[in-house]
Ligand binder design. Structure first.
Ligand SMILES: Cc1ncc(COP(=O)(O)O)c(C=O)c1O
Length: 462
């Protein structure tokens, strides 16, 4: 490997006070990782990235540079292979799945773009396929080039359907980084000092035992869901409740009754229920859509990320058929609204999920991984493990407190051994491997995590 070069530091000094979460791009552990692992070729790309891109939290400055990806693997410019258990959640079918790539290449060779005044077969087939997978009455679709934009379309449509502009969403939620999305989102890193945000965006506490203000302890007592009912009753003019069905960044899985209470409250108070499944749709949780775990039907669902097969930016709003009321308005009007390439990628992705039985794989591999994590929990300072399908969270805690530094140490230890994952809320190791992963590969990744937990404990004790 090339000699590591020192990273440039001037911008880090300016922004170091923003380092609020564990998995940030500004921390001293990141610097140490770079010093050990980044060689000259990578350093040159990172420096060019620093020079040309606007810096922003959670991306530039980056810490490594990629040359290729394939299946569950990333390959960096220095030739190291890294299992990707993060992938920004675009990689349910893995990278460069041959069926997806073939469909994309075919679309590129025939119809690389479809101007908005025309439709195309791939877009129509994909809309029909998604409607076919959804329960009734969800069967009208609009595509957009990203999840944030699809959330924005849902917010507009909710206003038109209900005649109400107010929304109710959850603190700590993420629905995208645009101004409308951060208005309903609940993370300070996106909302701080950037307002004014949209008016009428009410917030309630999330279903998260750690943040719970309702005394639920380890298991949810559903008061958080009842509180949403209370707010809807108080305000009376809230048009929509927007929630991530399962919060992906730190794997928060509400109990089954949670959505029954909220669905019922929305119905009584005339509010729509919009579920954001941008990162967790298409099998991540072991079902095609996460709301299927809850035996309720939302009024709208927002899909994205993996919908584009790990190739193309594509998101979708799927809404009740009777919401098709906005023929004289523009809900989305995005240039790549019916991308022939994106829709071809998405259709191929749905085929791969069916042909390779990835929902079953997600459930079986996820259950096995959770069992192994529970066993690790007995041996390591892990306060909780959570999982649904192949979305798994390992919450690190010591003496009843979040172990954020240890979480970061474990992550960099794993990165140096070829496993990438994200940290949520500072101390949750969040694992979302491609659903095509082989059992041996999953075992190997869990071995790396197990060894990293031991190594970090030993290092901190020494
Ligand atoms: C829950 C959730 N909603 C919406 C979005 C926004 O999607 P996109 O980045 O495609 O705009 C994200 C992205 O991470 C997300 O996790």
């Amino acid at each position: 490997m090339n000699e590591p070069l020192p990273p440039s530091r001037d911008w880090r000094a300016q922004v170091s006070d923003l380092a609020s979460e564990g998995d940030v791009n500004l921390s001293p552990l990141r610097l140490a990782w770079e010093a050990e692992n980044v060689g000259a070729a990578t350093r040159a790309l990172l420096d060019a990235d620093n020079e040309h891109f606007l810096h922003q939290a959670l991306s530039t400055p980056c810490f490594n540079a990629l040359a290729s990806c394939d299946g569950i693997w990333l390959t960096d410019v220095e030739g190291r292979r890294i299992m990707d258990f993060h992938g920004n959640n675009v990689h349910q079918v893995g990278y460069r799945h041959p069926h997806v790539i073939e469909a994309v290449k075919r679309a590129l060779d025939t119809l690389p773009f479809s101007p908005r005044r025309y439709t195309n077969a791939a877009a129509v087939e994909l809309a029909a396929a998604l409607a076919g997978l959804m329960p009734k009455p969800l069967h009208k679709v609009l595509f957009a080039p990203g999840g944030t934009l699809a959330i924005g379309m849902a917010l507009k449509l909710a206003r038109l359907v209900t005649g109400r502009h107010k929304t109710l969403s959850l603190w700590d939620a993420f629905h995208g980084a645009s101004l409308d999305a951060i208005s309903i989102g609940g993370e300070a890193i996106f909302r701080k000092n950037i307002g004014p945000l949209l008016p009428g965006t009410e917030h309630a506490p999330p279903c998260d035992p750690r943040l719970c203000r309702f005394g639920c302890g380890d298991a949810c007592n559903l008061r958080c869901a009842e509180y949403l009912d209370y707010v809807l009753g108080k305000e009376e003019d809230i048009g929509a409740v927007i929630i991530e069905t399962v919060r992906s960044t730190d794997v928060q899985i509400p109990p089954p009754e949670y959505y029954r209470i909220i669905r019922d409250a929305c119905d009584r108070h005339g509010a729509l229920l919009i579920l954001d499944e941008v990162p967790i749709c298409l099998g991540r949780t072991g079902r095609m859509f996460a709301f299927e775990h809850y035996a309720i039907v939302p009024d709208m669902v927002v899909l994205g990320k993996g919908l584009g097969g790990g190739v193309f930016p594509l998101a979708a709003l799927v809404a009740r058929g009777d919401f098709d009321i906005a023929a004289d308005r523009a809900l989305g009007h995005y240039t790549h609204e019916k991308s022939s390439v994106g829709c071809a990628a998405a259709l191929a992705t749905l085929e791969v999920i069916a042909n390779e039985h990835l929902l079953e794989a997600s459930r079986a591999l996820g259950a096995h991984a959770l069992e192994r994590l529970r066993e690790m929990q007995r041996r390591h300072p892990v306060s909780e493990v959570r999982g649904i399908g192949l979305l798994l969270g390992i919450e690190l805690g010591r003496d009843g407190r979040p172990a954020s530094r240890e979480a970061e140490q474990v992550m960099y230890h794993c990165l140096a051994r070829g496993l990438s994952f994200k940290i949520g809320q500072g101390n949750v190791l969040t694992l979302s491997p491609p659903l095509i992963i082989a059992r041996e590969e999953l075992e190997h990744a869990l071995d790396i995590i197990d060894a990293a937990l031991s190594a970090v404990e030993a290092a901190n004790a020494g």
